[in-house]
Design a protein around this ligand. Structure first.
Ligand code: BG6
Length: 640
């Protein structure tokens, strides 16, 4: 990642794509190259040679890409003029990766193009292939004499997954390093192509106000969430051998962890940054069996219903997935970083497929201010300040803190300040591969993984993979498709007196009928005070006779309201709420509520409830009125 201001086109080169007939090439790589062409970031002396087993001709390759780049570009309108020049740079040659003659033909094509366009002998090989053939392709290139070809540079980009576990990653590194030098190998992690991920470093090291606080003295804990609403998208066969630990956590999430927590590098030179990332991963405590049993949660989605009510298959019902599969589609972990800066600051990570929403967020939760001054006021509780990085699909940074509620009393409310990329920048939407391929063309390896980083990440993941491969949890599947994930993931933080910060938006709140059409200021307030929780089928959420301390809003699921005798007197589901009567009347619970299905709820705790009711008479009136209708209770005043 160059820190210089001048943007110049990449070096002249011939780009050879292995796996050119595959999904990655048409969906990501070619559209990204076309974007680079639109931005003037490709050299005039540039050509592409597609290579794969399909017996296509150059014309066929050009025709197919003309259709597919149009389909997968993220930019509109399509730049016909740029494409008509770009498409002339595309060439194709069929090859089996173990066919020596085919590689000799490839060499003839590459040297011919090199001479024709004047690429100076620079050749970039892109392995858009399964990792099982990285070694084979490297060997075939070597035997065809590519590594001694001409004067220019030779570089290779390899796609993830880089290895299947620690041992295979070490072996793959060894094999690759037989044919290439470390500085020629560019291992891609597409998360590093995301603007918001690159911004972590820019944010930390260009703003003087945060870095002094970035340590155990001021930070309580850190949360990383990568939530996906999609399932395995037809990739069941691959996913069965992967699971979320290999697919998301070992690579993308550990990369973000490294950027967020590493020490400042001495410069932005590739190795200076990569040294710090590697040191950080080395400091992550390796989990033993006890920690895994206590601090790691795995989940698998079962059938459920999407937000539109349409049925969604469970993981075990997906194509090419075993009906008894033990593969985890969700995981949550509590990690520790054993270094001077982070000692004692837990880092929680979670990721899963088929969750209620798509969203990648990082929450840095600061320690609370002492509440001596506000304790006396009773209704105000000092909350933690939070810095939230919205990585995708929302892109921005949010700071949550307290402000005085206008009025004669000194009352506090959680408020936020938010920076959105869309408001500040006019950048065209990128795929993420643009910056990666461009950086490789200019020889900047900052955004690529080095041998030690890849192996360091596997070292952290390996004990979990080992432990999880031994058994399939009896409760699998343990979360419903389109839900908030398994309950145990919530327990993991609750046990430490903490909670996941669930980023909700107004649309979600407005689906709760009580809030539909509510004043936007009120909705903003609610976004900052509601807390998420999950209950399993059969679990009691409140019990008759208990002291009332929380009001519940059902986001999804169904609960039974049970009378004293245990008979069901009613059911409530998504959009309904309960628990307000005990709070309104400061009385014990007059009924029990039990989850029938997995139930995801927002909690409003007593203090927040009292404040909302005190400040929003219209809210107090509507819940009072509904409570009266529901339970035939005489109205009283709001709680103090
Ligand atoms: C890929 C995983 O690496 O990342 C997919 O193999 C996952 O399973 C994808 O869906 C997520 O990427 P993004 O950019 O959509 O967050």
């Amino acid at each position: 990642m160059s820190a210089s201001a001048a943007i110049t086109p990449g070096d002249p080169c011939v780009l050879v794509i292995f796996g050119a007939s595959g999904d990655l090439t048409r969906r990501l790589l070619l559209p990204a190259l076309y974007h680079l062409a639109c931005d003037g970031l490709l050299s005039d002396r540039f050509a592409i040679v597609g290579c794969a087993m399909d017996e296509w001709t150059t014309d066929e390759f050009r025709q197919r890409m003309t259709v597919q780049v149009r389909q997968f570009t993220t930019r509109a309108p399509f730049d016909e003029a740029t494409w008509s020049t770009f498409v002339q740079r595309l060439h194709y040659t069929p090859a089996r990766f173990d066919d020596a003659d085919a590689f000799v033909r490839l060499r003839t094509i590459v040297t011919g193009l090199d001479a024709e366009i004047g690429a100076g002998g620079n050749v970039l090989f892109y392995m858009a292939t399964p990792p099982s053939v990285f070694g084979l392709v490297s060997r075939s290139l070597h035997h065809a004499g590519f590594d001694v070809l001409g004067p220019g540079w030779k570089r290779v980009i390899v796609e993830k997954p880089f290895g299947h576990d620690l041992a295979s990653a070490v072996e793959l590194n060894r094999e690759m390093l037989t044919y290439w030098r470390e500085d020629q190998i560019y291992r891609i992690d597409h998360y590093l192509g995301k603007e918001t991920v690159q911004n972590l470093m820019a944010f930390r090291f260009s703003n003087g106000m945060f870095e002094p606080l970035w340590n155990r003295n001021f930070i309580d804990h850190i949360q990383f969430t990568v939530s996906e609403s999609v399932g395995v998208e037809g990739r069941g066969g691959y996913y069965e051998t992967s699971g979320v630990m290999r697919d998301m956590i070992q690579n993308h999430m550990f990369q973000m962890l490294a950027y967020l927590c590493m020490e400042p590098p001495v410069s932005f030179a590739a190795d200076a940054v990569r040294n710090e990332k590697a040191k950080l991963l080395d400091a992550v405590r390796i989990m033993g069996p006890l920690e895994i049993a206590r601090d790691a949660v795995r989940g698998q989605y079962g059938p459920g219903r999407g937000p539109d009510g349409a049925p969604l298959a469970g993981y075990r019902q997906e194509a090419n997935v075993s009906a008894t599969s033990g593969t985890e589609t969700f995981a949550a972990l509590k990690l520790h970083i054993d270094n001077w800066r982070w000692e004692g600051v837990p880092v929680y990570l979670r990721s899963g497929k088929r969750l209620w929403k798509r969203g990648t967020e990082i929450v840095v939760q600061f320690k609370r201010a002492p509440d001596v001054l506000f304790r006396a006021s009773g209704a105000d509780q000092i909350d933690n300040n939070r810095l939230i990085f919205h990585m995708q699909p929302d892109q921005g940074i949010e700071l949550r803190f307290h402000a005085k509620v206008p009025g004669t009393l000194l009352r506090l409310q959680n408020v936020n300040m938010r920076f959105s990329y869309g408001d500040a920048f006019q950048a065209s939407r990128a795929i993420g591969y643009e910056v990666l391929v461009y950086n490789c063309m200019i020889g900047d390896a900052t955004l690529f993984s080095r041998t030690d980083l890849v192996e360091g990440a596997w070292r952290i993941a390996q004990p979990l993979l080992d432990a999880w491969s031994k058994s399939t949890p009896a409760d699998f599947p343990n979360y419903e498709a389109a839900s908030w994930g398994p309950k145990h993931a919530f327990d993991l933080l609750e046990r430490d007196g903490r909670r996941w910060v669930e980023i909700i938006n107004r649309d979600v709140l407005e689906r709760v009928p009580l809030f539909a059409g509510a004043d936007p200021l009120f909705l903003n307030e609610l976004l900052l005070i509601l807390e998420p929780d999950v209950f399993e089928p059969g679990e009691y959420i409140v019990r008759e006779g208990e002291e009332a301390s929380v009001m519940y809003f059902i986001a999804r699921g169904e609960v039974a309201v049970e009378s004293h005798a245990g008979t069901v007197v009613g059911t409530l589901s998504g959009g309904d709420y309960f628990g307000e009567v005990g709070l309104l009347h400061a009385q014990p619970r007059n009924a029990s509520v039990r989850a029938i299905t997995q139930t995801d709820v927002f909690l409003m705790k007593r203090r927040a409830f009292a404040k909302v009711v005190g400040q929003r008479p219209e809210f107090a009136e509507s819940i009072e009125r509904i409570a009266n209708e529901r339970y035939s209770i005489a109205p009283t005043t709001a709680p103090k």
